[in-house]
Write a protein that binds this ligand. Structure first.
Ligand code: 5GP
Length: 248
């Protein structure tokens, strides 16, 4: 039994609650959906429940493959228990295929396969729209230590390999994704979430997005795409999520 105490942080897609154990927190996954740094807002019915289950599956897989992360266990449909890390204010983006801001920045056509994996660092600052950083910025601003940067890079590339392997078996192409890391008793842990909110997943045959780009670009069938990812990953078919769309 987990006793929730205070609301610690309210993000765009999640809330973090404190528990009676100061080392542990509860993440509540919301249906609220934001794009373009908050300019576009909406609600994908059932998304919170779906992302909670997808994160449980992915974090469990990553733990089995030796990637230390904050996930402890799922509590119920929308909540999971996690370790309370100190988030490092650097977002890591991994790209296998050109899309999104890389296409915009470089003019390279979306869908172009990259000759090697691209790893980008961004400052975690929503107001500044997460600007790109290079390694000298990170050390100059003491955002992370050189050892932490090395580990974040190694873990991110390994997560990419693991996810590509797992997703290719279910006919999903991993285009790109973002990761966040945190400190926990001197250890670096993968934190935040890994879900269709934070990754670009394309159907391997049709190249149709199965992720938040459906919302960003008004492609329709957003909830269906999230459900499809969950179903392919876990075999889980959720009942109509509208029955469970309540907030805590
Ligand atoms: P891009 O830089 O192309 O916009 O995004 C690269 C990857 O990071 C995509 O999978 C995208 O969904 C994810 N991403 C970028 N910014 C955010 C953000 O502010 N929130 C979330 N949840 N994901 C993001």
């Amino acid at each position: 039994m987990v006793s929730i105490t205070d609301l610690v942080a309210e993000g765009k897609a999640k809330r973090l609650y404190a528990t009676e154990n100061p080392e542990e927190g509860v993440i509540y996954y919301r249906d609220e959906t934001f794009a373009f740094h908050g300019l576009k807002r909406g609600r994908i019915i059932g998304k919170g429940e779906i992302n909670n289950l997808i994160c449980e599956y992915i974090f469990t897989l990553l733990s089995q493959k030796g990637i230390p992360n904050h996930f402890i266990r799922r509590i119920d449909n929308r909540c999971s228990l996690v370790k309370r890390v100190e988030i490092i204010p650097v977002v890591v983006k991994i790209r296998n295929i050109v899309a999104g801001s890389l296409a915009k920045r470089t003019g390279y056509p979306e869908g172009t396969r990259l000759h090697n994996t691209v790893l980008e660092y961004c400052l975690k600052d929503a107001e500044l729209e997460d600007p790109l950083l290079n390694l000298t910025h990170i050390t100059a601003m003491a955002l992370a230590t050189p050892d932490e940067i090395k580990l974040m890079e190694e873990m991110s590339l390994r997560v990419n390999e693991i996810l590509i392997g797992c997703l290719s078996e279910i006919q999903i192409e991993l285009i790109d994704f973002k990761l966040e890391f945190g400190r926990f008793h001197g250890q670096l842990l993968l934190a935040d979430e890994v879900s269709p909110d934070t990754c670009r997943f394309w159907d391997a045959k049709t190249h149709e997005p199965l992720d938040i780009d459906r919302f960003r670009r008004d492609l329709g069938n957003v909830e269906e795409a999230y459900r499809e990812v969950l179903h392919r990953l876990t075999g889980n078919v959720l009942r109509n999520a509208e029955d469970d769309a309540g907030e805590v």
